[in-house]
Design a protein around this ligand. Structure first.
Ligand SMILES: Nc1nc2c(ncn2[C@@H]2O[C@H](COP(=O)(O)OP(=O)(O)OP(=O)(O)O)[C@@H](O)[C@H]2O)c(=O)[nH]1
Ligand SMILES: [Mg+2]
Length: 396
């Protein structure tokens, strides 16, 4: 009850809040409507949503198909065939029992059936069209919730910064598990190559390939390297067989593909997108010298359209990416280990000491490395633990 009161109060402040949003005329780099393609299923769902909206009083000529291209502190901007407009949720959506459900919340990339009442700037979201996929993470503990980061995304670019400190393969694997669980493809983009010596680059690339396999696409970038320094990292990338620079990232997101960048604050996500755009369109911020992490510079979630390529959603950096109910993703990232685990004598085998453990047998045969197995076991343990702690009322 208290929560509801709080929500209403926030709703009352909406006009005030919206005044502080960036003006629509200032929004640049947005995709064009033609670049965004709903599926046939989504078009059918849109038509059905229109019929429902009309039967509850909307005029058919007021309804448009739109895509949420930006969220500023939760306020959506919607792109439709002939314009971009700010929108709020229709009373039907918020009062129809959908308000408390996580899927009632709109995400960047969502297709919506929106109503544009004649003579009003602000649109109303009547319904969110069912998603083909959504990139979501678990937020909070046992009573937490699934938070959709972006909808209808094809590829997750896992962004990790390089430096003298080794890259966190566990973090990369964790991001890959979440992405594959949501049905998206995965590629790893290593930024700040200028900060890593040739040896460090070779070490980190080998470690990532060990964990994720040779088939996982990689790209190496640096926005700071110029001249001889750029030559050094470019040559090193070539020796390691890793595609180099903005062209390599562009190739991961060809025209027609929607990607999202996922990485910690300060990883260089917005800097990378600016390099791809060829101008400083997105705000970037310094990292703290003490721990080499950023200060959460990006606050809006937004789509940017890359000239001659696809679309990328810029996101605020994420501190935590808990593994909760991601069995499918884990099995997709570690198919060999997951297959072996099915043969273990005990269903709850932890693959550490139990007799009849097929996973350890696979390791002894050399089917996979110790590092790859350690990563799988750590993520599987975390998932087991989170499942046991989850409040029974919480629906994944
Ligand atoms: N040396 C070096 N610094 C870089 C590179 N790319 C980004 N940086 C710096 O890293 C800092 C953080 O970059 P951002 O692009 O703001 O990072 P972000 O991932 O968008 O961070 P959040 O928006 O907070 O999530 C900035 O000071 C950048 O100048 C790089 O290739 N080399
Ligand atoms: Mg940023």
């Amino acid at each position: 009850m208290a929560r509801r009161t709080q929500k209403r109060r926030r709703g009352g402040e909406k006009n005030l809040d919206q005044a502080a949003l960036p003006a629509l005329s200032a929004l640049t780099e947005l995709p064009s409507f033609e670049e965004l393609a709903p599926s046939e299923r989504q078009l059918d769902a849109y038509r059905e949503a229109c019929a429902r909206a009309v039967s509850s009083g909307a005029g058919a000529s007021e309804l448009v198909l739109g895509c949420v291209v930006r969220l500023d502190r939760g306020f959506p901007a919607v792109l439709c065939e002939d314009s971009t407009f700010r929108a709020e949720f229709s009373a039907r959506l918020t009062k129809g029992g959908l308000a408390g459900r996580a899927d009632a919340r709109v995400a960047v990339g969502d297709w919506v059936c929106a109503r544009r009442p004649h003579g009003h700037d602000m649109g109303l979201i009547e319904e969110i069209v069912p998603r083909e996929s959504d990139i979501a993470r678990w937020r909070g503990g046992a009573r937490g919730e699934r938070q959709t980061l972006a909808a209808n995304v094809d590829v997750v670019l896992v962004v990790q910064q390089l430096g003298e400190r080794a890259v966190s393969c566990e973090r990369i694997a964790r991001s890959a598990v979440i992405a594959r669980d949501c049905g998206a493809g995965v590629a790893v983009v290593l930024t700040k190559a200028d900060r890593a010596s040739d040896d460090v680059l070779a070490r980190d690339v080998a470690a990532i390939r060990e964990i994720l396999g040779e088939a996982c696409p990689l790209a190496l970038t640096s926005s700071a390297a110029t001249g001889a320094e750029e030559e050094r990292v470019r040559a090193c990338a070539e020796r390691l067989g890793v595609p180099w620079g903005t062209d390599a990232v562009r190739a991961l997101v060809p025209a027609g593909v929607v990607a999202i960048v996922l990485g910690e604050s300060g990883a260089g996500k917005s800097t990378l997108l600016n390099a791809l755009l060829g101008r400083e369109a997105l705000e970037t911020g310094e990292v703290r010298a003490s721990d080499d992490t950023g200060r959460h510079t990006t606050v809006a979630r937004r789509m940017v359209s890359l000239p001659g390529a696809g679309i990328i959603v810029d996101e605020p950096g994420l501190r935590s990416l808990p593994i909760v109910g991601h069995e499918r993703g884990l099995a997709k990232v570690f198919p060999d280990v997951a297959e072996a685990a099915r043969g273990c004598r005990f269903r709850d085998c932890t693959h550490t000491h139990e007799p009849g453990c097929e996973v350890r047998a696979g390791l002894a045969r050399g089917d996979y490395s110790e590092e790859r197995l350690a990563c799988y076991v750590a993520l599987a343990n975390e998932m087991r633990e989170s499942a046991s702690q989850l409040d029974p009322d919480v629906v994944l």
